[in-house]
Every structure is written in structure tokens, then in C-alpha cells.
Design a protein around this ligand. Structure first.
Ligand SMILES: [Zn+2]
Length: 174
């Protein structure tokens, strides 16, 4: 199985630890969306798509989030959910929706996603730091080559010999 495409959407406000959302395509035929790139203490890492865990109240079967001490519906005291969960920095409980089941696959995804993420970051930095230079180049360089070689000179090179053959050149050089 190979990753055939990685799309990264950088977050505008990178004060947050969440740096980007991304989607990963496997073998050109299966897409997993909502992976996140989180800025960790030892560099960026990839978080798998996840959802907040819920548990059903044993008394009324209403859904409560898995940290709830009491049921939102009937007030029954809840047992704490245990096992098979991840805990984020804000203390909510999340479960991965899709995730690798071995280290090799995890590293493959991590490597490809971070690689694309760094490329997108570099691309954005170049665009923002070089915007003035790039605008100068567009206004100064591009219009002239278009009008020069593409419009002016081919016509000038093609027409005078024709006109001189028709007798026009004889008027200029009598
Ligand atoms: Zn209940």
C-alpha cells in the first residue's frame, strides 16, 4: 500500500498548536480526511482523524460524553469510560476513526504528510516574503517580451520582404 496523494490545508492562525488539516490518498483509490498536524514539543506530528467518545447512560440510554460524571438526561451517575482512547491537552476524550495498526505504517504516513506540510510551509513563506519582488517582475518583464518577440518582430521579419517583392521597397530606395 502506498500513499499516492497528500493534501495539506495550512491554518491561517498558527498560534494554536493545530498547524494544518490534511487528507491522504492510498493507492489512488481510498481517501482518509481530517488528519491534523499538531506542533509538538519535539516538532510537528500527525494526529489521526478522531471523534469525541460518547457512552450511553445505563439507565436512560441517552448519549453522554465519556467524561461525564452524571447523565445529561436523567442525572444518573455514570461510570468512567476506560480503555481504547486518546486524551488531548484539553482533557476531552477522542477515539481515532482511522489509524495505522503498526509502527511501520505510522512512520510512512507521518513521513509523507510532514514532508508535504513542510513543502507547503516553504511555499507560503516564499509567497509572502517575495511578493513585492514578484509583482515588480510581473509588471516590468512580462508585458515587454509578449509584445516584443511574439507580436512585433515576427511580423516585421515576415512583411518587409513581401512588400519589397511587391515593389514597395523600390519607393524607399529609388
Ligand atoms: Zn440517563
Amino acid at each position: 500500500m502506498e500513499i499516492t496523494e497528500v493534501r495539506v490545508k495550512l491554518m491561517e492562525n498558527s498560534d494554536d498548536r493545530l498547524q494544518a488539516f490534511c487528507s491522504v490518498t492510498f493507492d489512488d483509490c481510498f481517501v482518509v480526511r481530517d488528519l491534523k498536524i499538531i506542533e509538538g514539543s519535539s516538532g510537528p506530528f500527525v494526529a489521526m482523524p478522531s471523534r469525541k467518545m460518547t457512552v450511553h447512560c445505563p439507565r436512560c440510554h441517552c448519549k453522554n460524553h465519556s467524561r461525564a460524571a452524571y447523565c445529561n438526561q436523567c442525572g444518573e451517575q455514570q461510570q468512567q469510560y476506560a480503555g481504547g482512547h486518546n486524551e488531548d491537552s484539553r482533557g476531552k476524550l477522542y477515539a481515532d476513526i482511522a489509524h495505522p495498526i503498526n509502527a511501520e505504517c505510522r512512520e510512512m504516513i507521518q513521513e509523507k504528510v510532514i514532508q508535504q506540510y513542510l513543502a507547503e510551509l516553504e511555499d507560503r513563506d516564499q509567497k509572502t516574503s517575495g511578493s513585492y519582488q514578484r509583482q515588480d517582475r510581473v509588471t516590468a518583464d512580462e508585458p515587454e517580451p509578449v509584445q516584443g518577440p511574439h507580436q512585433g518582430s515576427p511580423q516585421e521579419a515576415a512583411e518587409p520582404p513581401l512588400e519589397s517583392d511587391n515593389g514597395f521597397g523600390q519607393g524607399i530606395f529609388p
